[in-house]
Design a binder for this molecule. Structure first.
Ligand code: MN3
Length: 207
């Protein structure tokens, strides 16, 4: 059975950027629903139910047709949110990005301001629900979006950081102002966690 992971902070910890009510609903209702619907879909598929979430996502294209769409939507939703929560931290703990990934961002996007402007623009311009990602495709840093709850795995993206673009992620506080939400996210990104993913990826690549 898949389980809702605990948040690595309290529901109010990301205030004022993400409000307590949004965080509580997002985690206990939206994320929980992906977990519940995934478990329901896998109930008659013991072989698939036994896979780890990572393996389930990686092998989703081979899944029986009866569960393939549920795995894509609810498995993808569970994976994306489980990846999202530890990517954020309380603003009092915020530290700017430094080190290897910072250098790679500067060399790919020109400078930090270009990177953040591009990330926000791509997120802002994505039509409908989905996610905007910073990740690696063929060892190149890219900013891309995915629709609905599609996993970055489906586009062969190694994700470093993603932002939920569904209205449920921001509507209580920001209503239709997705750009303000994306601005606010940049005050609560856990860059140490994102850098750790980049280092793991880089180490894996040279093995
Ligand atoms: Mn969400």
């Amino acid at each position: 059975m898949h389980k809702l992971p605990d948040l690595p902070y309290t529901y109010s910890a990301l205030e004022p950027h993400l409000d307590e009510a949004t965080m509580r609903l997002h985690h206990t209702k939206h994320h929980q629903t992906y977990v519940d619907k995934l478990n329901a879909a896998l109930a008659d598929q013991p072989e698939w139910a036994a896979l780890t979430l990572d393996n389930l996502i990686a092998r989703q294209s081979e899944a029986p047709e009866a569960i393939r769409l549920a795995v894509r939507n609810h498995g993808g939703g569970h994976w994306n949110h489980s990846f999202f929560w530890p990517s954020l931290l309380a603003p009092v703990n915020f530290l700017p990005l430094a080190g290897e990934l910072s250098a790679a961002v500067a060399s790919t996007f020109g400078n930090w301001d270009n990177f953040t402007a591009e990330f926000k623009k791509v997120g802002q311009n994505h039509f409908g629900s989905g996610w905007v990602w910073l990740g690696l495709v063929d060892n190149q840093l890219k900013i891309v979006t995915t629709p609905n709850q599609d996993s970055p795995h489906l586009i062969k993206l190694e994700p470093l950081f993603g932002v939920d673009l569904w209205e449920h992620a921001y509507y209580l506080k920001y209503q239709n102002r997705r750009a303000e939400y994306l601005d606010a996210i940049f005050s609560i990104i856990n860059w140490a966690k994102v850098s750790e993913r980049y280092t793991q990826y880089a180490n894996g690549r040279i093995k």
